[in-house]
Design a protein around this ligand. Structure first.
Ligand SMILES: [Zn+2]
Length: 299
């Protein structure tokens, strides 16, 4: 029996087939471009064709889908998604019922956190916080080995925790959120203020590696804010581990050094001493595996 995991992103739809039985191996994986501009129906048809193809080639028993935004996993309703401006209050489960298989839908960062938890397969880890650092910032919580959804399914919107009262405008419409300081979008915006032109995060990273002080300072500022939020989360949840994923997690020490320093300064010592702070080793696979195993996420 095999499970299909699909990570529906704004740029690419990544998907993979895994063997049920929690051995966490991807048998087959692939990625196609999303083409958001072609509209909702077009993207949904693409997802259906992925499912149909995988159904033909593998004995698929259930499908899990991860997508950014406010997702109610119980009903399969996507209330809003930053990557899909025309997807409002869409019941994706209904839209995909033509494929005639059980479908589980969740926030993409929840899938990442769950995938990290499964891939680690470490009995000493029961409580894990996953934070995805990309254009935006997502979060997922594993508490006692289960994905935590909160009251309406919207838990762990870590990117929208306030770090500066009345601070910079955030994409969510509020001010001063973490995402307005520590996301790829925010860092690129900051680069324009500092250098007079927008510089991509990867170019900025290259500059930082070569010792450009201004570039180093931009990352330090951004990730110290992230450290403040992590310190709060550690004091709140006493997790075993915080794992960073997403494109910005490739910044390694430019990310981990300021984050760890701020956590150390702002956490209860006993809590800080025991928590692991790491970067994902398997980023894309985690999202696919977490989505595929959504069928087990609350057992
Ligand atoms: Zn926000």
């Amino acid at each position: 029996m095999r499970l299909l995991g699909i990570d529906v992103g704004g740029t690419n739809i990544k998907y993979g087939v895994v063997q049920n039985g929690l051995d966490n191996k991807i048998i087959y994986k692939n990625s196609i471009i999303t083409e958001v501009v072609k509209g909702k129906e077009f993207v949904i048809r693409k997802i259906v064709s992925i499912i149909e193809r995988c159904k033909q080639n593998y004995d698929i028993k259930s499908i899990g889908i991860g997508i950014a935004g406010l997702v109610d996993s119980a009903s399969g309703i996507i209330f809003e998604s930053p990557n899909f401006p025309d997807w409002k209050d869409i019941n994706l489960k209904n839209e995909l019922k033509v494929v005639d298989l059980p479908i589980f839908i969740d926030n993409d960062a929840n899938c990442f956190a769950y995938g990290e938890y499964l891939l680690r397969n470490d009995k000493t880890i029961r409580n894990l916080i996953g934070i995805t650092l990309g254009t935006g910032i997502g979060g997922g919580l594993i508490i006692n080995g289960k994905l935590y959804h909160g009251n309406y399914g919207f838990a762990a919107e870590i990117g929208h925790i306030k770090v500066v009262p009345d601070g910079r405008r955030c994409n969510c419409g509020q001010n001063g959120c973490l995402e307005a300081y520590s996301s790829g979008f925010a860092i690129e915006k900051k680069s324009k203020e500092i250098f007079g032109e927008k510089i991509t995060v990867s170019s900025l990273y290259q500059m930082a590696l070569k010792g450009n002080r201004k570039a180093i300072e931009i990352f330090k500022d951004a990730f110290e804010k992230l450290g403040i939020v992590c310190a709060g989360l550690i004091n709140l949840l006493n997790p075993d581990i915080i794992v960073f994923g997403g494109g910005l997690s490739n910044m390694k020490d430019f990310l981990l050094i300021p984050v760890k320093k701020v956590i150390q300064k702002n956490c209860y010592k006993k809590l800080y001493e025991k928590v692991k702070i790491e970067v994902s080793q398997s980023n894309i696979d985690s999202g696919i595996i977490g989505a595929a195993y959504l069928i087990h996420s609350n057992k």
